[in-house]
Design a protein around this ligand. Structure first.
Ligand SMILES: *[C@@H]1O[C@H](CO)[C@@H](O)[C@H](O)[C@H]1NC(C)=O
Ligand SMILES: *[C@@H]1O[C@H](CO)[C@@H](O)[C@H](O)[C@H]1NC(C)=O
Ligand SMILES: *[C@@H]1O[C@H](CO)[C@@H](O)[C@H](O)[C@H]1NC(C)=O
Ligand SMILES: *[C@@H]1O[C@H](CO)[C@@H](O)[C@H](O)[C@H]1NC(C)=O
Length: 943
C-alpha cells in the first residue's frame, strides 16, 4: 500500500514512450488541425486557381491512355458510356474533410481543386525539406492526364527521403495512404528508375515502371503507431526516386483495422461494372474501385440506390454495389481466380453483396463461398438493396487464389457478386524509434538546424541518421545510444533535450561554437560514458554531478580548448578561501538553530502531535486518533513479526490492538527524508477526513526516529493484488461495481465533502484497500493536496502520481484540479472491467486506454471484459461502466465529468446489474448473492 511513485519516477524515462505519445496526441492535435484546415481553406479559393486553366479533364480517359496499375496488378479500365455527372457544386467533403491531398513537386504556395473529384491538392513543400521540383516532359503532358501527375518531386540526394504527415486524428487510427508515380521522363534521361517505398519504418512496396506513361499507384491501409506518418522513398541504386502525388484518407470507423498490421491493396473490384472507375465522391472514403468482369458471367444492375436508408459498415458506394454479376447458366457457380505468383503472401479478402432483384415469394438466393477448394463462408443470403460484407478476414495464401461461389441446393437463384477487395497483409515487424528519443532528437534537429538528411525515423529501418547509432533489440523500439554532432557549427547553449535521450552512452559535441555554462543535466543520463565538448566556447566550471561521474571514472569527460572554461579548481572566479568559511558559519548556525528548535519542541509538547494545523470542525475526530508509544507499537505488531507490505518509505506490519482489533502499522524507514514529509501530510489528512470509503486511521507513533501510522486492517488487501492474483476467486461483476461505487463515494467526499476540498493525486488500484466484506477504502494520502480557493480554477504544482494513472494534462501543464483524480479513477474503473493492469506489460507496455479503445471502437465488448467473469454480467451494465470509464479519460480535463456525475452513472450500472441478477434468480437459478442495494447501504455520509 505504500507508494511506488518513487520507483515510478526513476522509471520515468523507461515509461516515457508510453506517455509521450499520449501527450503528443494532444500537443500535436492543434498543430495538425491547423494543417488540415489550411488545406481546406486553401481549397476555398477555388476560383483563383493559380496559373492554371481549369481544363476539362476526364479522369476515365486516363484509363484509356495508360494502364492504371494498382499494386502491380494490371486492371482494365475501358470505359465509354457514362458521362460524368459533374456539377460545379459547392464543395462538401464529408468523410474526406480530414484528408490530406498532396501534389508533389508543385511550387510552394500552389493549390487547386481537382477537376474530377473536387478534392483539394496542396503543394508538398510543408511536408518535406528535400528534393527538387520537376515537370514531366512535354511529350507526356496531356489534357487528359490527372493534374497531380504533371509534376514530380525527385530525390537525387540522400539514400532516404521522407514525407512527414501529421494527420489530425493522430496515431492508432486507420488511414488509407496512396502514393502515385508517373515517370513521364521528367529528367530527360529516358531511364525508368526503381526504388523502394516505406511507410513509417516498415517496407511498403517497390516501385517499378513498364514505361514512362505507366501510372503506378500504391495504396496501403495503415494504423500508425506514432502521431506522424512518414512516407519514405529509398534509393536502392537503381535510379533516382521520385513521387507524383500522396494522399491520406481517414477511416472513421475501424472496419479495416487489423492488429498492428498494414493492408497493402491488391485488388479493389467493382464487379459487373461496365463503366469507369469509381472514387470520391461516390466513395466517401475515396477508395478507388476498378470495373471488373469475369468470363462466363452476365453483368446486371439495378437503377435503385443501395443502402439508401443508412450506410453500411464499410460505407460502400451505391454506384459500386448496384452492379453485380451472375453466372451465364443459372445452375453454374461463379468461378474466378487470381495469379499471385508468390505463395508466401497472405491475403485478406472482403466480398460485398447486395440483392439487386426483388425476389418473388417462391424465389430464394443463397450461396456458399470457397477459396482454393476449401469452404470459406456458407449460406450467404444477400439483402435486398442493402450491403452485406463477408469479411471474416481469413488469411489465405497460394500462388493462385481460386474463388468459387455456388448456390446452395435450396436456392432457386444463382449466386451473385457485387464487389470485392483483396489486401496483402503486411506485418509490422520493426517498431519505430522510442517516441521520447524521437521527440528529443527532433528538438535538437530544429534547435541547431542540423542537416536536412535527418528525415523519417531516426533509427529505423535498420539505418540511422548520420551521426546517430541506435540499439536494436528484438521488436522493441530502437533507442538512440550515440550522437556525434562534432564539427557541425552548433551555436548557443547546450539544449536540455540532450538529457531526454535517456539511453545515450556517447555524446560528441566537439569543435562547435557552443556557449554558456556546462549544464549539469547531462549527469542525469544514466548510461552516458563519453562526453566530448572539446573546442567550444563554454564558460564556468564542471558542475558537481558531472564532476562526480568523472571522478568515479564512469564518465570520460573532455572539455579542453574552451578558452573561458575552468577545468579544475582553483577557478579564478571562485573565492576559495571564502567558501569554507561561509560553509562553516552556515553549518554552525544551522546546528544551533536545530538544537534550539528541537529543545523547544521537546519541552513544549511532551505528547507530540504530527498535526500542524487542525480544523475546528474536525476537532472531535482527532480525539478518536490515539497516540501510541513505540513500545506499544512493538507489542501491537508482536515485535514487527508479520510484514504485509513494503514501499519506498517504509514497511507495513500486521498487528492486534489490546482489544483484539486487527490493524496495519506503517513504519517510516529511518533513512527516508521525503517520506517523513509525506507521513506528516498523510497524518494531517487522515485526522481531518472521515468517511466509510477512506482508510480509517487508528493512531500514530512519533518517538524520535520511530514514526508510524496505524490503520484499520483491511483483510482483503489491495484491489491491485486482488485483480492480479489469479489464485483468488475472481471478483464478480457486481462486487466490482460495488467497489467502483465505494471508491467514487470516497473521492466525491474528498472533492466536495471536505473543506477545503482535497485532491488525492495518487488514485490507483494499489491504493484501494478491501476489507473482509470487500468494502473498498481509499488509502495513502501521502501525496494529497488541499485545493484551497474557490476562486482559483487550478493549482500549479510539481507533478506527482503514478504512471499509467497520471492525468496527461496535469503531467504536461502541472495544473492540478480535482479532475486529475477523475482521470485516475477512470483507469481504475478500466482495471475493474478488464482485470488488466494500467500498463499491460504483456502487450509491450501498452497503456490500458490504448488497449481498450480499439476494441471498444469495434464494439467488441467480450474481448475487453475480464475473461474471469466468464460472461456472467449484464452487458448493458458493463457497457455503461465502460462508457463511464472512457468519459473520465479525455486528455482535456474540463471534458471529464465530476465524481458526483460518475457516481450517479455507476449507481445506475449497479441497479441494472442487480435487476439482471434478480431476473436470473427468479428464472429458477440458484445463485448465491449478497444483493445489497447500493442506495440503501450508503446511508448518510460522514462529512
Ligand atoms: C505502358 O505500360 C502499360 C502497362 O504495362 C501498358 O498498358 C501501356 O500500353 C504502355 N504504354 C506505352 C505507350 O507503351
Ligand atoms: C513547370 O512548368 C510550369 C509551366 O507549366 C513552369 O512555370 C515551371 O517553371 C516549370 N517548372 C520547372 C521546375 O521546370
Ligand atoms: C556507430 O556505429 C558505427 C558502425 O557500426 C561505428 O563505426 C561507430 O564507431 C559507432 N559510433 C559510436 C559512437 O558508437
Ligand atoms: C572543426 O570544424 C570545422 C567546420 O566547422 C572544420 O573545418 C574543421 O576541420 C574541424 N576541425 C577538427 C579538428 O575537426
Amino acid at each position: 500500500m505504500d507508494d511506488e511513485c518513487r520507483g515510478a519516477w526513476t522509471l520515468v524515462y523507461k515509461l516515457w514512450f508510453i506517455f509521450i505519445p499520449v501527450l503528443t496526441v494532444f500537443v500535436f492535435t492543434e498543430e495538425s488541425t491547423v494543417l488540415a484546415s489550411d488545406i481546406a481553406s486553401l481549397g476555398d479559393s477555388e476560383p483563383d486557381l493559380i496559373g492554371h486553366k481549369p481544363a476539362r479533364r476526364n479522369l476515365h480517359d486516363v484509363a484509356k491512355e495508360s494502364t492504371v496499375l494498382v499494386s502491380d496488378i494490371t486492371l482494365l479500365g475501358d470505359s465509354e458510356t457514362e458521362l460524368i455527372n459533374h456539377k460545379p457544386a459547392r464543395r462538401k467533403l464529408d468523410d474526406v474533410d480530414s484528408s490530406i491531398s498532396i501534389d508533389c513537386g508543385i511550387p510552394e504556395d500552389f493549390h487547386y481543386a481537382d477537376v474530377k473529384t473536387e478534392l483539394h491538392y496542396a503543394s508538398d513543400a510543408g511536408f518535406i525539406d528535400t528534393g527538387l521540383n520537376k515537370n514531366i516532359s512535354l511529350q507526356y503532358q496531356s489534357e487528359t492526364l490527372q493534374r497531380s501527375l504533371m509534376n514530380v518531386r525527385s530525390f537525387p540526394q540522400g539514400k532516404r527521403n521522407c514525407y512527414t504527415i501529421k494527420p489530425a486524428e493522430g496515431k492508432d487510427t486507420v488511414y488509407l495512404i496512396r502514393a502515385s508515380f508517373m515517370y513521364g521522363n521528367y529528367d530527360d534521361r529516358d531511364q525508368l528508375p526503381e526504388f523502394e517505398l516505406y511507410v513509417g519504418v516498415n517496407s511498403w512496396d517497390s516501385v517499378k515502371f513498364d514505361n514512362a506513361s505507366h501510372i503506378v499507384m500504391k495504396e496501403i491501409i495503415h494504423v500508425p503507431l506514432m502521431d506522424s506518418v512518414y512516407v519514405c522513398l529509398l534509393n536502392t541504386g537503381s535510379g533516382t526516386p521520385f513521387i507524383s502525388a500522396l494522399e491520406l484518407r481517414h477511416f472513421h470507423d475501424s472496419s479495416y483495422r487489423t492488429q498492428s498490421r498494414s493492408l497493402l491493396l491488391y485488388k479493389r473490384l467493382d464487379v459487373g461494372s461496365t463503366g469507369e472507375m469509381v472514387r470520391y465522391k461516390d466513395d466517401s472514403y475515396d477508395r478507388i474501385w476498378f470495373p471488373y468482369n469475369m468470363p462466363n458471367c452476365v453483368p446486371f444492375d439495378t437503377p435503385l440506390p443501395i443502402d439508401s436508408l443508412g450506410e453500411s459498415d464499410y460505407k460502400l458506394p451505391s454506384r459500386v454495389m448496384k452492379t453485380a454479376v451472375k453466372p451465364l447458366n443459372d445452375r453454374d457457380s461463379l468461378d474466378f481466380d487470381f495469379e499471385t505468383g508468390d505463395s508466401t503472401l497472405e491475403f485478406y479478402v472482403y466480398m460485398h453483396f447486395a440483392e439487386l432483384e426483388k425476389l418473388q415469394e417462391n424465389q430464394s438466393r443463397e450461396f456458399d463461398i470457397q477459396i482454393n477448394g476449401l469452404p470459406w463462408k456458407n449460406s450467404v443470403v444477400p439483402n435486398y438493396l442493402n450491403s452485406t460484407t463477408i469479411d471474416t478476414r481469413k488469411l489465405v495464401r497460394g500462388t493462385k487464389l481460386s474463388f468459387s461461389i455456388s448456390k446452395t441446393s435450396d436456392s432457386s437463384l444463382p449466386p451473385i457478386l457485387n464487389a470485392m477487395e483483396m489486401y496483402i497483409v503486411k506485418d509490422s515487424l520493426q517498431a519505430p524509434t522510442d517516441q521520447g528519443d524521437v521527440d528529443a532528437i527532433i528538438k535538437i534537429k530544429s534547435r541547431y538546424a542540423v542537416d536536412k538528411t535527418w528525415q523519417g525515423d531516426p533509427c529505423a529501418p535498420r539505418t540511422c541518421w548520420d551521426g546517430l547509432n541506435c540499439t536494436y533489440t528484438g521488436y522493441d523500439p530502437p533507442r538512440i545510444i550515440s550522437l556525434d554532432l562534432s564539427s557541425r557549427g552548433l551555436l548557443g547553449n547546450i539544449d536540455p533535450s540532450f538529457a531526454d535521450l535517456r539511453e545515450l552512452q556517447y555524446l560528441d559535441l566537439s569543435n562547435n561554437s557552443l556557449t554558456g555554462q556546462l549544464p549539469d543535466f547531462l549527469s542525469e543520463l544514466p548510461l552516458l560514458r563519453f562526453l566530448n565538448l572539446t573546442g567550444n566556447k563554454l564558460s564556468g566550471s564542471i558542475p558537481s554531478g558531472l564532476m562526480g561521474r568523472k571522478n568515479t571514472g564512469s564518465l570520460d569527460l573532455r572539455v579542453d580548448k574552451n578558452p573561458d572554461f575552468c577545468q579544475s579548481p582553483p577557478c579564478k572566479k571562485e573565492k576559495n578561501f571564502v567558501v569554507p568559511l561561509v560553509a562553516a558559519t552556515v553549518s554552525f548556525l544551522a546546528i544551533l538553530l536545530a538544537l534550539v528548535v528541537y529543545w523547544r519542541f521537546k519541552r513544549k509538547q511532551p505528547d507530540v502531535k504530527l498535526v500542524v494545523k487542525s480544523h475546528d470542525e474536525e476537532g472531535s475526530l482527532e480525539s478518536n486518533n490515539r497516540h501510541f508509544t513505540y513500545s506499544e507499537v512493538v507489542s501491537i505488531t508482536n515485535n514487527f513479526q508479520t510484514v504485509i507490505g513494503k514501499g519506498g518509505f517504509g514497511t507495513v506490519y500486521h498487528g492486534y490492538l489490546a482489544d483484539g482489533t486487527q490493524v496495519a502499522v506503517k513504519m517510516l524507514s529511518t533513512s527516508s527524508n521525503q517520506g517523513s514529509k509525506q507521513f506528516r501530510t498523510e497524518a494531517q489528512f487522515l485526522m481531518r477526513v472521515h468517511h466509510r470509503n477512506l482508510a480509517s486511521f487508528v493512531g500514530y507513533c512519533n518517538e524520535g526516529t520511530n514514526i508510524g501510522l496505524i490503520y484499520e486492517y483491511m483483510a482483503n488487501g489491495s484491489l491491485q493484488q486482488h485483480l492480479s492474483d489469479k489464485t483468488k476467486n475472481a471478483l464478480s461483476w457486481k462486487e466490482r461495481l460495488q467497489i467502483a461505487v465505494d471508491v467514487a463515494h470516497g473521492l466525491e467526499y474528498l472533492h466536495y465533502g471536505c473543506k477545503p476540498p482535497i485532491i488525492h493525486r495518487d488514485v490507483k488500484s494499489a491504493n484501494i484497500l478491501l476489507n473482509e466484506d470487500l468494502q473498498a477504502k481509499i488509502a495513502d494520502f501521502g501525496f494529497s493536496r488541499d485545493f484551497p480557493l474557490e476562486n482559483e480554477s487550478h493549482l500549479s504544482t510539481a507533478v506527482v502520481g503514478t504512471f499509467g494513472y497520471l492525468d496527461p494534462e496535469y503531467f504536461s501543464s502541472n495544473r492540478l484540479t480535482e479532475k486529475s483524480d477523475v482521470y485516475s479513477f477512470g483507469i481504475v474503473l478500466l482495471e475493474l472491467i478488464t482485470g488488466r493492469p494500467a500498463i499491460l506489460r504483456s502487450h509491450e507496455n501498452t497503456h490500458i486506454v490504448d488497449w481498450v479503445s480499439p476494441n471498444l471502437a469495434r464494439g467488441d465488448i467480450r474481448s475487453i471484459v475480464d475473461p474471469r467473469l466468464q460472461g456472467s454480467f449484464d452487458t448493458n451494465s458493463v457497457w455503461k461502466a465502460l462508457e463511464t470509464a472512457m468519459a473520465c479519460l479525455p486528455s482535456i480535463s474540463i471534458q471529464r465529468p465530476t465524481m458526483t456525475q460518475v457516481l450517479i452513472e455507476l449507481k445506475e450500472c449497479s441497479t441494472i446489474e442487480i435487476a439482471h441478477d434478480e431476473t436470473w434468480r427468479m428464472e429458477g437459478n440458484t445463485f448465491e448473492t449478497n444483493s445489497v442495494d447500493p442506495e440503501i447501504e450508503m446511508g448518510p455520509q460522514a462529512r
